[in-house]
Design a protein around this ligand. Structure first.
Ligand code: SF4
Ligand code: SF4
Length: 202
């Protein structure tokens, strides 16, 4: 999927209609989110795949800042990005080529922010506040969530392995023993590596 990035960003410069493929991707992940939460983020997203394959090799891998998980911050990023896109679409309205260019431009803006964050913090830090990820998280509030059993010994191995620094062990004695949908990419890193086998998806 990583190859999709240069296809849209470079190819879209010569043929802006390529930008419409992003609309197809949005429709696809919205459908998938209703069954599997943010699975798209964990396994399919071209940006996420770029961060894992390339950015992670040079990232300083500092922990994701705590306020990135705050609801207000996530929705601040969402409204800023969506407001900007809506304005650009309004300006481009009636010109299909220019509209395709708007979608491509949104990807360039997202990639620039994601690389800047991923160089200093964990490579996939952008995924914590990505507007499309937040949207999927809200759409799948109770879908296919990560469950933490009583076997958890709170060793924090899962948090160290999580690409977005989520700590599932935090939920083992909590009111809900499931990780909030928005905070999990369904990548299975923690499930496969928990020393107590305390994690599973339900
Ligand atoms: S790795 Fe497993 S046992 Fe350790 S904190 Fe996470 S869920 Fe608990
Ligand atoms: S490591 Fe676990 S908690 Fe983190 S994104 Fe992957 S599946 Fe979700």
């Amino acid at each position: 999927m990583t190859l999709f990035l240069p296809l849209v960003i470079i190819g879209g410069y010569f043929y802006p209609f390529i930008g419409f493929t992003i609309v197809g991707m949005i429709m696809f992940f919205m459908t998938l989110a209703s069954k599997r939460g943010r699975l798209y983020c964990g396994w399919i997203c071209p940006m996420g795949s770029f961060h894992e394959r390339f950015l992670s090799k040079i990232s300083l891998q500092n922990a994701v800042p705590l306020f990135f998980r705050q609801t207000w911050f996530r929705w601040f990023v969402f409204s800023t990005m969506m407001g900007f896109m809506t304005y650009r679409l309004y300006v481009a309205w009636g010109d299909a080529e220019a509209i395709g260019g708007v979608f491509r431009m949104m990807w360039i803006v997202s990639m620039t922010l994601a690389i800047a964050l991923g160089l200093y913090y964990k490579a996939r830090t952008w995924c914590v506040i990505c507007p499309m990820g937040s949207f999927q998280g809200v759409m799948s509030k109770n879908t296919f969530r990560l469950h933490v059993s009583d076997d958890c010994i709170e060793c924090r191995k899962c948090q160290r392995l999580c690409p977005i620094s989520t700590y599932p062990g935090n939920f083992h004695n909590a009111e809900s023993d499931k990780v909030p949908s928005i905070n999990c990419l369904r990548c299975y890193n923690c499930v496969e590596n928990c020393p107590k086998g305390a994690l599973n998806f339900s």
